[in-house]
Design a protein around this ligand. Structure first.
Ligand code: EPZ
Length: 420
């Protein structure tokens, strides 16, 4: 396994381009199961997770070829309905093949996803929604077994204890598009990635309205055809790059951003005093003066994204003053706290709260990545720290950030790999 070494202290400068959104690409690739026709998905980031999803599609009878961001998917032979534990257990998002398999084949056998370090990750809302569409769902031997003589549209409330669910909304939408009659999903996830999936489904012939709002209306159709689609930019990668510019007190132009997806984060960065200039579909980030601490509470979109919580904690770790970070989506998503404290941060975790007392500087240290966004948080801390930081288990970073080292190096960062 590799580890990433960062020699901190460089003020990043230059231009960097955001890749396609991982969390849009994964459900959209799964949605190609809804047709036997060929589909072309463009702007797919080259990641562990996107290649895992292609492996899953192949195991389900699809052909999947990837060439410089474009994914060509077609049906080699009849789609089979069994998504094996070996593949599904490596990536939670693979659970979103359940909805399209049920929609297309009226049967599916998909391994229950494991939990992970950020939380239990239950799937009760997925199953509630599919049962509401008249599917018969049982759990046997760690697998969800779903079947339906016929899927019937329904009005479904999909809110849970933590609000809306992104992949549950995706799964239910992908089953409902081929159900008979009308489905209304209430308390639907409003994330841009859910809306992007809906846009792809509409190109395939689905009838969907209200995507991107808490009420999504779907008129079932009999058949979906192939389509071509370009994935939206990754708002979480964009946010991570913004924080890389700020934590190093640099001056960076970030290209390929949809500003309307960055509301929650930009509001907080402006409150902290960051200099943000919007230029066409690019954004220039500078740290004109010392930032002020801000309090953060994560919420489902359009709230402050939980996927940016670890990264902004790094920035607040070196911002003088006290900031309180409240995690309302995954209350246990704080594995990065102990690693930041190893680098000299002063962070105290109290239940779903982290109290961050900004320090003058962090010092490089050997640290361990525990999940995708925690690895990004440690990269940011390493960029700002004095001395060398070595981040082990860097495969977590590769799951969700395309060529992150090369992008940082191009901005002047001193970053390289070594064998563990
Ligand atoms: C998606 O996961 C993202 N993954 C996550 O990004 C992201 O953190 C999460 O949404 C929240 O924005 C992908 O899109 C592939 P949820 P998802 O269902 O859909 C609870 C990353 O770093 N819940 O919206 O699995 C759940 O426990 C990843 O890119 C239930 O209670 O998340 C959580 O507290 C990490 N029952 C909350 O809802 C359910 O049936 C939101 O989870 C489903 C979820």
């Amino acid at each position: 396994m590799d580890k990433l070494i960062i020699e901190g202290g460089v003020k990043l400068s230059g231009e960097v381009t955001v890749s396609g959104a991982k969390n849009a690409a994964l459900p959209i690739l799964a949605a190609t199961l809804l047709t036997d026709d060929a589909c072309i998905i463009k702007g797919v980031p080259d990641l562990r997770d996107t290649s895992t999803m292609q492996k899953i599609l192949r195991s389900l009878g699809k052909t999947a070829e990837y060439d410089s961001g474009n994914c060509m998917i077609s049906s080699a032979k009849g789609t089979n309905h069994f998504a094996d534990y070996k593949l599904v257990s490596t990536m939670r998002a693979s659970f979103c093949v359940l909805g399209p398999l049920l929609g297309k084949l009226k049967k599916a056998k998909v391994s229950l996803p494991g939990g992970c370090v950020i939380g239990a990750r239950p799937v009760d809302l997925h199953l509630k929604g599919l049962r509401a569409l008249s599917a018969d769902i049982t759990i046997e031997g760690g697998y969800v077994i779903a079947k339906a003589d016929k899927l019937c549209g329904a009005r479904i409330y999909l809110g849970g204890a933590f609000g809306s669910s992104v992949l549950a909304t995706d799964n239910v939408m992908m089953a409902a598009v081929l159900a008979s009659g009308r489905t209304v999903i209430e308390c639907a996830a409003c994330e841009p990635e859910v809306a992007d999936l809906a846009e792809f489904l509409i190109k395939m012939g689905a009838k969907i309205k209200g995507h991107g709002t808490p009420a999504i209306e779907i008129e079932g159709v009999k058949h979906l055809h192939g389509a071509s689609h370009t994935i939206i930019p990754d708002r979480i990668e964009a946010g991570t790059l913004m924080l890389a510019a700020l934590i190093t007190e640099g001056d960076v132009l970030i290209k390929n951003i949809l500003f309307q997806h960055q509301g929650g984060l930009l509001d907080k960065l402006e409150e902290a005093g960051a200099s943000i200039t919007k230029v066409d579909s690019s954004m220039r980030l500078r740290c004109a003066k010392k930032l002020k601490p801000v309090n953060i509470t994560t919420f489902p979109y359009p709230g402050f994204p939980t996927d940016m919580q670890a990264q902004i904690m790094s920035l607040m770790s070196v911002t003088p003053g006290i900031s309180v970070i409240t995690e309302k989506v995954y209350p246990d998503r704080f594995m990065h706290v102990s690693e930041l404290n190893r680098m000299g941060a002063h962070i105290q975790k109290e239940g779903p709260y982290a109290i961050v007392e900004g320090v003058r500087e962090l010092s490089g240290a050997p640290v361990m990545a525990s999940d995708l966004r925690a690895s990004a948080c440690l990269v940011l801390a390493g960029l700002a720290a004095t001395g060398k930081t070595s981040i082990s288990r860097i495969y977590h970073l590769e799951r969700g950030y395309e060529n992150m080292e090369a992008k940082l190096e191009k901005l002047g960062a001193r970053v390289w790999r070594e064998k563990e």
